[in-house]
Write a protein that binds this ligand. Structure first.
Ligand code: NI
Length: 224
């Protein structure tokens, strides 16, 4: 499932995050890549352990926690501390694979990457190119503060930037529901229940029964 989630960060938060990261020191993006991606990757990144990455990452993590659409769609168990990258003119990231397991250096944090996320941090009018292309779908470029969630199992790439700078946060999510199909079905059920509840009210007896079904299915398949 691919999902664009609007307004994960407000305009004020985008400005705050940009102020933090724009003032920081960036390094070659291959600092975090395996051998195969290193061949395809041409960008710069904030060092993972830098104070700026942590401070800006915490703003992103707080925002995710209060974004119901993210929680409902991803059913997150763990979120990798957000990373930040920047593509200037001529930068691109060719077709690549995201590693199945990410281990954070110098810590015991490890994650199975079920979902990949890109949170856009630059106004799309401020740069050309830089679309995120997932498999053979049309390239995607979202407004600043919006986020694309997509299966980490896909081949994907970032098109070359030809004007301006594409700036984004990216990270991975391990879901409580390992199967993408099961996760999508739960999300569909949840979405239908929320839509019915908006019409009938949360106290409607059938909504309560359906909510019970949702939680029983979640209880059956969640891994914690
Ligand atoms: Ni990737």
């Amino acid at each position: 499932m691919m999902l664009a989630i609007p307004d994960v960060l407000s305009a004020v938060e985008v400005t705050r995050v940009r102020a933090i990261i724009d003032a920081a020191d960036w390094v070659d993006g291959n600092a975090t890549s395996g051998g195969q991606s290193a061949l395809a990757k041409h960008n710069v990144q904030l060092p993972e352990a830098s104070a700026a990455a942590r401070e800006a990452g915490d703003i992103v993590l707080d925002a995710l926690g209060r974004t119901p659409l993210f929680v409902a769609a991803a059913l997150p168990l763990r979120v990798y501390p957000p990373l930040f990258n920047r593509y200037g003119i001529g930068h691109a990231f060719g077709t690549h694979v995201d590693n199945a397991i990410r281990i954070r250096r110098g810590s015991d944090f490890r994650i199975r990457t079920d979902l990949s996320a890109t949170l856009f941090l630059a106004d799309p009018d401020s740069y050309d190119g830089g679309e995120l292309v997932v498999e053979d779908r049309p390239g995607i470029k979202l407004p600043a503060g919006h986020m694309l969630l997509y299966p980490a199992s896909t081949l994907h790439r970032v098109e070359p930037v030809t004007r301006g700078q594409r700036i984004a946060s990216f990270f991975w999510v391990q879901s409580m529901i390992r199967s993408g199909d099961d996760r999508a079905t739960l999300f569909e059920l949840d979405t239908a229940i929320q839509s019915l509840a908006a019409e009938r009210g949360q106290g409607d007896p059938d909504i309560i029964r359906l909510t019970n079904v949702y939680h029983n299915l979640l209880r059956r398949s969640a891994e914690l």
